[in-house]
Design a protein around this ligand. Structure first.
Ligand code: ADP
Length: 518
């Protein structure tokens, strides 16, 4: 083949150039093929033959379509004709993937550059063909990696969106409290929870505002330093009471990726209800404990206090039996009297306990009725004469309006307790003076004795349950009477006090409203 060139070279140097060209053609690292206008291969280099899997000489004279996969053959034919009509230097199949067919029927990806030249008026086309299988594979791999990456990103994004939705729902429904995230200036970054709705605000409204500004000065004083500890890396838990509401705060630091704490998470729970239940439970337990203690103390006290009157009853009974029929009426009456007063003592102890038990368990309420105070106290004084020691007497003086409205049973109990104490804690031949005055809508009752008195040091304990003064341990008693009297007076809207000097005597005074209204 002779190529047309405009050349100044001599024939021998032209020959030389031709062989240089052929050598270059042969040595090229890419496949090179030259076809004529009929599409027949006129020249092919070694690399091209290798790529297609033939020996070079097998390719000469073949149509170029022999190396184009069947499905493109027709289109290729047309493109080739069009190219020969208007040849230009360009790449082939712009924007499409090109493949070539090997001798074994397999295909491989190629990139084709086209060029043309004329030799003696005939147009030839030279195609430079590169095997781009590896590049294509790498591209494909990259693409599939990209797709996988995109798929994962999409999956992760939807997971994040889903978990954010979940977190928001969980946080919004956080019962009896709120979840808050603050920055270092205590501005809300995030907040949700039922407590916000109770307070009539939404999380969106709070974000960007300052948490501390919403606190009362007292709450701020407690909360701010504790939350500052959290910015210092501590987890803190504490309780706080604001306007009768109790809150429990749990706060933890939130670390950035570089380990710095620029935000904290605070979970605030309204525990008012629990605290109330807890408080009531503690109160109920304490009451229960006191009742149990009262009962067990009563049992030990009763077993001691019952012994004397019971043995008096037994002795007096057996002596009365002996005197019976012997005509010694005076001795008989003396023993009957002892039995009677021992039974009184036992009844009084039991009554005290029953009253206290009822009072402690809140079963007693006052039941006011209109009564004549003068007549009532007079009767009680009469009844108590029985209990007097040798030579003791009780006097009674009344002044003012006689009719009062109060609870009769409670009033009786109070008066009887005070008179029987006055008798008990004074000696034979002494006087007990009872006075009552009703004026200015109040009734004042006083019981004075000239007895052993109450030691100074014991006076402040005298209304405590089971308390007995130092100087009275040899005298029968339970330490319950005055405690009950005080409780009754509370229920009657009254008050009680006393003055006492040891070895001189004692005056107990109480007031009640003339007309008790319940
Ligand atoms: P009790 O008389 O059964 O012991 P109280 O509760 O009636 O129980 O009285 C408590 C204590 O107060 C008595 O044990 C006694 O020490 C003292 N006390 C009460 N009244 C008098 C009184 N009039 N004089 C002296 N001490 C009294």
């Amino acid at each position: 083949m002779e190529m047309k060139r405009e050349s100044q070279t001599t024939p021998s140097s032209e020959l030389q150039m031709q062989s240089v060209c052929l050598a270059l053609f042969e040595a090229a690292a890419e496949g090179l093929v030259v076809i004529n206008s009929k599409g027949l291969i006129v020249l092919v280099n070694q690399r091209m033959a290798e790529l297609l899997g033939y020996a070079s000489h097998e390719l000469i004279g073949e149509t170029i379509e022999k190396f184009v996969p069947k499905r493109y053959e027709h289109a290729h034919h047309q493109h080739r004709d069009q190219y020969f009509e208007a040849p230009s230097r360009r790449s082939m199949g712009y924007g499409r993937d090109l493949t070539a067919l090997r001798s074994d029927g397999s295909e491989f990806a190629v990139e084709v550059s086209l060029n043309h030249f004329e030799v003696e008026g005939e147009t030839f086309v030279m195609a430079l063909i590169s095997d781009i299988t590896q590049r294509k594979n790498a591209e494909r791999e990259l693409e599939s990696l990209n797709q996988e990456l995109e798929r994962r990103v999409a999956e992760r994004t939807s997971q994040i969106a889903e978990s954010q939705r979940l977190y928001a729902i969980i946080a919004r429904n956080f019962p009896n409290g709120s979840i808050m995230v603050f920055d270092r200036a205590f501005n809300y970054i995030f907040t949700e929870g039922r407590e916000l709705y109770r307070m009539g605000v939404t999380g969106e409204e709070l974000v960007g505002t300052n948490y501390l500004d919403r606190l009362t000065p007292k709450a701020r004083e407690i909360i701010q330093p504790r939350l500052l500890e959290v910015f210092g890396g501590q987890n803190v838990n504490f309780d706080i009471e604001v306007d009768d509401r109790h809150y429990e705060l749990n706060a933890v630091p939130l670390q950035d990726t570089d380990g710095k704490i620029s935000q904290i998470l605070v979970v605030e729970t309204n525990v008012t209800q629990q605290k109330r239940v807890e408080h009531n439970m503690v109160k109920a337990l304490e009451k229960e404990r006191q009742l149990n203690e009262l009962k067990s103390r009563f049992v030990s006290m009763a077993s001691h206090e019952f012994r004397t009157p019971l043995s008096t009853i037994l002795t007096s009974l057996s002596l009365a039996n002996r005197y019976h029929g012997l005509g010694n009426e005076e001795n008989l009456q003396k023993h009957y009297g002892r039995i009677r007063s021992s039974v009184h003592i036992l009844t009084a102890i039991l009554n005290d306990f029953l009253s206290l038990d009822k009072l402690e368990s809140g079963m007693i309420g006052s039941n006011p009725e209109l009564l004549n105070l003068k007549v009532l106290i007079d009767d009680l004084v009469d009844e108590q004469q029985d209990m007097c020691k040798q030579g003791q007497s009780i006097t009674f003086a009344f002044e003012g309006e006689e009719m009062v409205t109060t609870d009769q049973n409670m009033l009786r109990n109070i008066v009887v307790n005070l008179i029987s104490n006055a008798i008990k804690y004074s000696n034979e031949n002494s006087r007990v003076e009872v006075t009552a005055t009703v004026k200015d809508n109040r009734a004042l009752v006083q019981v004075r004795d000239h007895g052993i008195g109450i030691p100074e040091a014991d006076q402040r304990h005298i209304f405590e349950r089971f308390f007995r003064a130092n100087n009275s341990t040899n005298i029968q008693g339970t330490g319950l009477g005055l405690n009950i009297v005080k409780k009754y007076l509370n229920l009657l809207g009254g008050d009680i006090w006393f003055e006492s000097t040891p070895m001189v005597g004692t005056v107990f005074s109480f007031v009640i409203p003339q007309n008790l209204v319940v």
